[in-house]
Design a protein around this ligand. Structure first.
Ligand code: MG
Length: 399
């Protein structure tokens, strides 16, 4: 095949579950040869769709889809301003679709293109939770019964115990009280270790909800419970504080789901201040930068833990798992089971069996996309994520 061109770029918005999903489909001059990519920035989905339709799609039309690296670099630079979440996601939709096409051209799954399998399947963790420590313990047990070996444990979600505003005229929001977490979370893990023993791997997500010095204190307080990792202990704006965390305890740190710019990641990796890199792959621009990031992490002993909740499309989850399989320094994969509608719209999802995720053996991502069925579940038109987090005096804070 000497000449091959991109002939059409389509973007699809669909909401078969709780999250608005964005999928990009690239058609080529070769009949029947197309690729699928994930561009899911669920909170700003319409902006991403417009960026693909009006800017990135026209930019790649007529180009040779085999030249993934040149297309990625030129797409990132062609707008002059770069590394922002909307355009990164738009580029990701295209980048992943080009890798899907590359795999189909080679008649290989993407993980084969990247060196083949380092392991047959990727270990996954699920999300347990409850309002009291005993409820969390019961929830963890239900995950263990389903085969999970790794379980994230949350007490009343990310907020801790529910609370109400205390000032007159405080605006609506999700109210929470940060400081009680400092005794509630260590107490929860004390209870979980007593109830569940030492074999189960436990994780926790702080969701950047503490003042930096309180975050440092919590990491130290949790050290005796030997977490697999403590996630988003600090906000991206506060990452310099990781040096203090590192200097006082050996609690493993996972960071990065809000990162967009390579400059946010590289110091944490090269200074060995984190243990797991946890980016949302479409937020950094797709599979190409994720593969490079994984390889950057390897000599520094940092493992991957790609973001994998319901606001990663099934195509994006397939990309996560292909990287998990191919990268030696894979750590763990976050996993959220999908509903029946999503599985019908996206045949080919990696399958969860006995705690591990298995990709299929088909070329590219091995995924299909039922456009007609997806169209039956359009995205809600209301403003995504108008909700904000606040503390009791009414101050808006990071989520
Ligand atoms: Mg998280």
């Amino acid at each position: 095949m000497s000449e091959l061109k991109i002939t059409d770029v389509k973007v699809f918005l669909t909401q078969p579950g709780g999250s608005r999903l964005i999928v990009v489909k690239i058609h080529t001059s070769e009949p029947g040869l197309y690729g699928l990519g994930c561009a899911t920035f669920t909170q700003r989905c319409f902006a991403v769709a417009t960026a693909v339709e009006r800017h990135l799609g026209p930019f790649v039309m007529g180009k040779d889809p085999r030249n993934i690296e040149d297309i990625w670099q030129s797409a990132m630079l062609s707008g002059y301003w770069r590394n922002g979440p909307v355009l990164n996601n738009a580029i990701s939709g295209i980048d992943m679709a080009l890798w899907d096409i590359k795999g189909k051209l080679a008649n290989m799954p993407c993980y084969e293109l990247w060196g083949g399998k380092c392991r047959p399947a990727a270990a996954a963790y699920g999300h347990a939770g409850g309002r009291e420590p005993q409820e969390v313990a019961d929830s963890v047990r239900s995950f263990l019964e389903r085969g999970y070996k790794y379980v994230r444990c949350q007490l009343s979600g990310y907020a801790g115990k529910g609370t109400e505003p205390e000032t007159e005229g405080a605006l609506p929001g999700g109210y929470f009280r940060p400081r009680p977490k400092l005794h509630q979370i260590p107490a929860m893990f004390e209870h979980l270790r007593q109830e569940l023993g030492d074999d189960v791997e436990l994780l926790h997500d702080v969701h950047e909800r503490l003042a930096p010095i309180d975050a440092v204190w919590l990491a130290k307080a949790l050290e005796p419970y030997r977490l697999f990792f403590l996630e988003d202990l600090l906000a991206p704006e506060d990452i310099d504080w990781f040096r203090h965390v590192r200097s006082i305890c050996a609690t493993p740190i996972a960071m990065g789901e809000l990162f967009n710019n390579p400059r946010e990641m590289t110091p944490l990796i090269s200074e060995r201040l984190i243990d797991f890199i946890r980016v949302h792959i479409s937020q950094i621009g797709g599979a190409s930068p994720a593969l490079k990031l994984a390889h950057l992490c390897e000599p520094f002993g940092v493992r991957t833990a790609w973001h994998g909740p319901g606001d990663v499309s099934p195509v994006g989850m397939a990309a996560n798992v292909h990287l998990d399989i191919a990268c030696h320094n894979f750590g763990i994969q976050e996993w959220s089971p999908r509903n029946e509608k999503e599985l019908e719209i996206f045949p080919g999802m990696p399958e969860f069996r006995n705690g591990y995720l298995y990709p299929n053996e088909k070329p590219g991502w091995g995924m299909e996309f039922n456009e007609e069925l997806a169209a039956k579940y359009p995205c809600r038109e209301d403003n995504p994520r108008a909700w904000v987090a606040r503390i009791p005096d009414g101050t808006v804070v990071r989520p």
